[in-house]
Unconditional design. Structure first.
Length: 217
């Protein structure tokens, strides 16, 4: 019944493996050096936070689905999923902002360029290269993080939809009271069974006593 959390856990392992490969390929170092706006790392921070949040929600929903007891946490999970969709869109939008900022830096190099001066042209090329790096890295980071978040919260949304097929449970106090009632009924049943066994033993003893008296008589 923990299939919801296990799907998220498998996805988290794949993300971790991808992160290790990116680290070994110096991908994060290149992004840090070339993205002077650091928007890419802001996107990564939003992505990591909401990925962990999705894991917590997946575990909570798995437990509720296992026990088939749904309280106000189900409605809270729906609100969390809406925030998750918003976070995925935010990652994409931040990537687009980085793209626009990179193009602005590229175009800004043409303002004071002197085509007859080699150093001025070299400065223009450097400015264009830096702006293009910002545009490409922020766009790539925003797209990847946004899509991965959408997959995680799509998994959660399907889980909430499956939970909606079960009747919504009562509060925790009512659940505890019902558990106590079931336990009390079990004790009463055991006591009634013991009482019947005692009555049967008494009847058997009386029957044996009567038989003995008849033989003596």
């Amino acid at each position: 019944m923990y299939s919801i959390f296990l799907r998220w856990w498998l996805f988290a392992i794949l993300i971790a493996v991808g992160g290790v490969f990116g680290w070994n390929l110096n991908l994060f170092h290149n992004i840090w050096e070339n993205d002077t706006t650091k928007i890419s790392f802001l996107i990564m921070g939003i992505f990591l936070f909401h990925s962990l949040w999705a894991g917590v929600q997946s575990l909570s929903l798995s437990r509720q689905l296992k026990n088939k007891v749904f309280t106000n946490k189900l409605r809270q999970s729906k609100r969390h999923i809406e925030i998750g969709w918003f976070a995925s869109d935010m990652c994409l939008n931040l990537g687009m902002i980085g793209t626009i900022w990179g193009f602005i830096l590229m175009l800004a190099g043409f303002v004071n360029v002197d085509v007859s001066n080699i150093k001025s042209v070299q400065g223009l090329l450097t400015s264009m290269s830096g702006g293009m790096s910002i545009a490409l890295y922020t766009t790539l980071t925003g797209l990847v993080c946004s899509q991965i978040l959408k997959v995680q919260f799509f998994n959660l949304e399907n889980a909430v939809t499956s939970c909606d097929n079960f009747p919504e449970g009562d509060s925790q106090d009512v659940v505890d009271a019902r558990a106590a009632l079931i336990q009390a009924e079990s004790v009463m049943t055991h006591a009634e069974k013991s009482k019947n066994e005692a009555a049967a033993a008494k009847n058997k003893a009386m029957t044996s006593l009567q038989q003995v008296e008849e033989q003596d008589g």
